[in-house]
Ligand binder design. Structure first.
Ligand code: NAD
Length: 400
């Protein structure tokens, strides 16, 4: 067989295997159980994963706040907060696995997970080139929706992004193919059930919150097949929500319009495939004060995981600045966790305290360096604010 033919055959065998896996995944999605009802779960188990780099610092502070807000439920045995070990980069490298054996079972014993950032090795790092533990966790727990709110009331910004989390350009990110020395291929997958469940979640959010428009972002004019399918599914879902308009944008112009002060306030609920969601949400977070201030939720029907939108910030650790990292991102993630499992009042209190501390009163200011406060000092400030009997009055005072 010629070299050329051999390369084509190898590629076809590789593609065949991927196709079979994706067809199985579609069947699993179709057969998936319905949404968990947290009001019927006793006890609700919250797992805390410290993470790498600045992770243990900031997730430790967020855990303290969570333990304080849920102290009565923990005492009554209605909520259990437990640490999940085994996911540090050292442990993953030792096991040579994105998620070491046994840890996934530990995670599956939890109902909600608060996760610090995990380092993903890249070429040239001292670690084996493992798959991202974050991507693996989203896939293993079928956390299909990455939900990221961004709010800047003073600029009229009130966005919530629904990023598809389990397909698109990322799901086969480690399974691309070097067909020969000269040709590299990656794969991008969009499926009907995958697109439908994320678009539906976005429309449901709009409906519940009285918002009359959902923006879908693709590049369907160029990536016609997969992005085309995402848009086609979005149009079909939209038909079932009379009164809510589907607003269609292409990713390039959307990225531009987010910096247009006149246009950007019109966006409210935005739904996007994986890669576009990743990029746009980091851009969006900059308006709120940078990635250190934003949390995100990874939601599936049975499990949910809450995290910061940033990574493990290795440079901060190398420069001895880990203790100055901003824990607000993990605390914002805790706000979303509390709301998701039904502690709406506690979520609201923590959100108000964070708004007061980081956007209005600013008695303790973080700079990420020695000239600012430490994350622990900021956490103490948040706790003090939470203790204020007139927390809501104070917060309302800042809104007018
Ligand atoms: P990063 O997000 O870790 O950090 C970039 C910069 O942002 C930092 O150098 C720091 O200046 C700033 N920053 C981030 N978080 C901060 C905080 N809480 N307080 C103050 N400043 C903060 O980006 P990176 O360097 O590209 O990624 C580092 C590692 O994290 C990589 O291995 C990457 O794969 C991983 N990562 C993990 C997740 C996740 O766990 N979900 C997300 C993104 C990146």
């Amino acid at each position: 067989m010629s070299e050329r033919r051999e390369a084509i055959e190898r590629a076809m065998a590789h593609f065949e295997k991927l196709l079979a896996e994706q067809m199985d995944r579609v069947e699993r999605m179709k057969a998936a159980e319905d949404w968990i009802d947290y009001s019927k779960v006793d006890p609700i188990v919250i797992g805390v994963v410290g993470g790498d780099g600045i992770g243990p610092y900031i997730s430790g502070e967020a855990k303290k706040v969570l333990e304080y807000l849920l102290r009565n439920e923990v005492k009554a045995g209605k909520v259990e907060i437990r640490n999940i070990a085994g996911l540090s980069i050292e442990e993953r490298a030792r096991a040579m696995k994105a998620i070491p054996d046994g840890v996934i079972e530990e995670l599956k014993r939890c109902h909600a997970i608060l996760k610090g950032p995990l380092t993903t090795p890249k070429k040239g790092d001292p670690w084996p080139n493992l798959e991202s533990a974050n991507v693996a966790m989203r896939r293993e727990l079928d956390l299909f929706a990455n939900v990221r709110p961004v709010k800047v009331p003073s600029q009229g910004i009130d966005w919530i992004f629904f990023r598809e989390n389990t397909e698109g350009a990322y799901i086969l990110g480690s399974q691309g193919l070097n067909v020969n020395d000269e040709i590299a291929f990656d794969f991008k997958v969009i499926t009907n059930p995958g697109a439908e469940r994320i678009v539906k979640l976005a429309f449901e959010h709009a409906k519940k919150n009285g918002i009359d428009r959902v923006t879908a972002v693709t590049k369907a004019n160029v990536i016609k097949t997969s992005d085309g399918k995402f848009l086609e599914v979005a149009r079909k879902v939209a038909e079932k929500y009379p009164g809510i308009e589907l607003d269609e944008w292409f990713i390039d112009i959307m990225a531009a319009k987010l910096v247009d002060p006149k246009r950007r306030t019109q966006f409210r609920v935005v739904v996007l495939p994986n890669l576009y969601g990743d990029i746009i949400t980091d851009e969006a977070a900059e308006f709120q004060g940078g990635v250190g201030t934003a949390g995100s939720a990874n939601i599936g029907k049975r499990y949910a995981m809450f995290e910061a939108i940033h990574g493990s910030a290795p440079r901060m650790v190398e420069e001895g600045r880990a203790q100055y990292a901003d824990p607000s991102s993990m605390m914002r993630a805790a706000v979303m966790l509390l709301g998701h499992i039904g502690f709406v009042e506690e979520a609201k209190r923590l959100e108000m305290a964070l708004d007061i501390c980081s956007q209005h009163e600013k008695k303790v200011v973080l700079t990420g360096r020695q000239d600012g406060a430490t994350g622990a000092e900021f956490a103490d400030y948040v706790m003090e604010t939470l203790h204020d009997p007139d927390l809501e009055g104070k917060w309302k005072g800042y809104q007018s």
